[in-house]
Design a protein around this ligand. Sequence first.
Ligand code: MRU
Length: 337
Amino acid sequence: MDYERYDRIRAVQWQRDHLRLLDQRLLPQEERWIDCRDAGQVTQAIRDLAVRGAPAIGIAAAWGVVLAAQQHVSLDLALAQLRSARPTAVNLMWALDRMKARIAAGADAAALEREAQAIQDEDLAANRRMGELGAALIAPHSGVLTHCNTGSLATAGFGTALGVIRAGVAAGRIERVFAGETRPWQQGARLTMYELVRDGIPAKLIADSAAAHLMKSGEIQWVIVGADRIAANGDTANKIGTYQLAIAAHHHGVKFMVAAPSSTVDMATATGEDIDIELRDSAELLSTAGRRTVVEGAEAWNPVFDVTPAGLIDAIVTERGVIERPSELAMQAMFGR
Ligand SMILES: CSC[C@@H](O)[C@@H](O)C(=O)COP(=O)(O)O
């Protein structure tokens, strides 16, 4: 696999005394970098979606802890602040727990810097492994649909679901790629299409509402998505709209794959019912690109994740291996209790 050809974006860049983030609110129109100089600025960047995607926010948060350690400010405060930035993606809590354990073991700023770097490096390696494992499940000449953005922008690099797609295209197994626009924040339209075009991977954007029609056409054999939290029974929280894709895929005999690193697996959460679903400002729905598009006085409900039941998932792919038709037993066998 030619990683140089398919994966050149690094959206989270540590600069020794500050964290540089590619501002995902502005893409694809503008490639602007922001510099976070303390844990508070990292928290704000996560909350405002300047950095987003479950693995990427975990990595950014780990660097936020390093900044706090370098500046000799309260680490407990920094950990609590960063943890509160967003509720659903467990990678955030997982990365902070890892940093907290190092702090408890007496790590200084330099040791914490090594830990954050390890979290980042391990994520890239996990994504590459998931790419191989996921692509191997896909028959030659297949078409796929993905949702949200799960690529280099959402991770340390290469991506989860988009990594599987990159590997599948490189291996000649995937011939058609479709991306749903992912209303309201348009991660698919703005970010996934940006990555695919940069890679030179032919892909077509669809309106979210075109997904069932696409499945009926026979053009796609797999829906491939990432995850923000996978519960102990395999129920999976991911970007809003994923659940309805899984239902439509089931109806049409299209297979459904979840690709996520083991840092997204939360064995302490029994089922999807127990996952906290982030509700964001209704302004994200009532406006487009900062311009109000809905009549003044209208209200909106804006949950940004939903839960796909394990029963609708054909395969969960992590760097540890593939679980086909996930169950609590199979999850326990791979991830422990
Ligand atoms: C590797 S990314 C997997 C998920 O984090 C992704 O699909 C997603 O839902 C991201 O949501 P976002 O709100 O953009 O952070």
